[in-house]
Design a protein around this ligand. Structure first.
Ligand SMILES: Cc1ncc(COP(=O)(O)O)c(C=O)c1O
Length: 393
């Protein structure tokens, strides 16, 4: 079955044939006094509504096991909770700012090592030691949209006894299924495309590996950052329209990237594959589309604050993946936790803006960007004006 069918039908035949699943709010369940057995015992460990969502999550990723958490960071923390003192994790320098914050604030005191590399594409055997336990990948990377070859990283890591976790938030299972490319774990912030309406915080993890699944179930039970039954129900419903939403968002994003690329008031436009032909080929081989996030730099003479204030449709806010178009300034928002040097190493300039394209009308979006760019043009200084006077010889 195709993903748009799975998104709608994954729970077919579930509980009494109800076409939407019930919300089980019980925090505790009656047990058999003989052996304390029962289908469920306590909500933190498992709950029928969360279990229904986890069935959908696994089906979308073609995985054996799915897990739902209270946020994307709770999901990432659950993955990191399997590490033990002495382990080393390799991450891209431009990893999501919240993941960077976790590594920066929690690793050292717990005897964990992190190695940030500017470009995972340059990893070789020499980068692995016997301590390397995990490679954490984001492709496309945020907000530079750089691409990592997942098959290559999985082969490399596995050859050294390490596992690979992929943060697939930017693509969602509609566009990329990393487990099929050799990854061991897929993490997503469900807050983004899966939920899609800027009204739910959640995280997901999927895997095919039984031992990893056991560590994630333990993380749910022991750390407790699980998704509530109510939000699990809402996510099941939101996921049904994910393929449709993303199709429209992606079409809008492709057209806007083209429009901005041709615009004289815009500098660089970054999309998956724009870095070079190799990355374009890798992305085409492992994902079925570019997604709906793009980044761009304003050209000379355009005032950033004035541009952002003049926009009428894109909302200046962190986050992405929702039906409304959002714009953010990574250097002071999503990647603010990084040092200026770390941002520079990751290619995140102070001029870079990130656009998460929504489902609004394309013409309205184009016209709005154009009017904001026109409104934000700084008056030329006397020196600039003089410099532009043509010199006739
Ligand atoms: C790529 C990526 N991963 C993880 C997260 C963390 O997710 P959450 O905000 O749901 O905790 C985010 C949030 O912005 C993200 O963009």
């Amino acid at each position: 079955m195709h993903i748009d069918t799975i998104a709608v039908q994954a729970l077919r035949g579930h509980e009494h044939g109800a076409v939407v699943p019930p919300i089980h709010l019980a925090s505790t369940f009656e047990l058999d006094p003989a052996d304390n057995s029962g289908a469920y015992d306590y909500q933190r460990g498992a709950n029928p509504t969360r279990a229904a969502l986890e069935t959908v999550l696994a089906a979308l990723d073609g995985a054996r096991f799915g897990f739902a958490f209270a946020s994307g960071m709770a999901a990432t923390s659950a993955v990191f909770s399997r590490l033990t003192a002495g382990d080393e994790v390799i991450l891209p320098a431009g990893v999501y700012g919240g993941t960077y914050r976790f590594v920066d604030k929690f690793f050292e005191a717990r005897g964990l090592h992190a190695r940030f590399v500017p470009d995972l594409g340059t990893l070789t055997d020499a980068d692995f030691t016997e301590r390397t336990a995990l490679v954490f990948v984001e492709t496309p990377a945020n907000p530079t949209l750089r691409i990592t070859d997942l098959r290559r990283i999985a082969d490399l890591a596995h050859a050294h006894g390490a596992i690979v976790a992929v943060d697939n938030t930017f693509m969602s299972p509609v566009l990329q299924t990393p487990l099929a490319l050799g990854a061991d774990i897929v993490v997503q912030s469900a807050t983004k495309y899966l939920a899609g309406h800027s009204d739910l915080l959640g995280g997901t993890v999927t895997t095919d590996d039984e031992e990893i699944a056991a560590s994630l179930a333990l993380a749910q039970k022991a750390l407790g950052g699980v998704l509530s039954p109510f939000d699990s129900y809402r996510l099941i419903q939101d996921i049904k329209t994910l393929p449709l939403r993303l199709e429209r968002q992606q079409a809008n994003a492709v057209a806007l990237a083209e429009h901005l690329r041709d615009h004289e008031a815009i500098g660089r436009v970054l999309v998956p594959g724009s870095h070079d032909a190799h990355e374009a080929a890798v992305h085409a081989s492992q994902a079925s589309g570019p997604g709906a996030v793009l980044s761009f730099e304003l050209g000379e003479g355009i005032d950033r604050i004035a541009f952002l204030r003049a926009l009428r449709i894109p909302v200046y806010a962190v986050s992405l993946g929702s039906v409304e178009t959002l714009v953010c300034h990574p250097a002071t928002m999503t990647h603010e936790a990084m040092t200026p040097a770390a941002r520079a190493a990751a290619g995140i300039s102070d001029e870079l803006l990130r656009l998460s394209v929504g489902i609004e009308n394309l013409q309205d979006l184009r016209e709005d960007l154009d009017q904001a760019l026109a409104a934000a043009r700084r008056p030329r200084t006397a020196a600039e004006a003089t410099a532009e006077i043509p010199v006739h010889v």
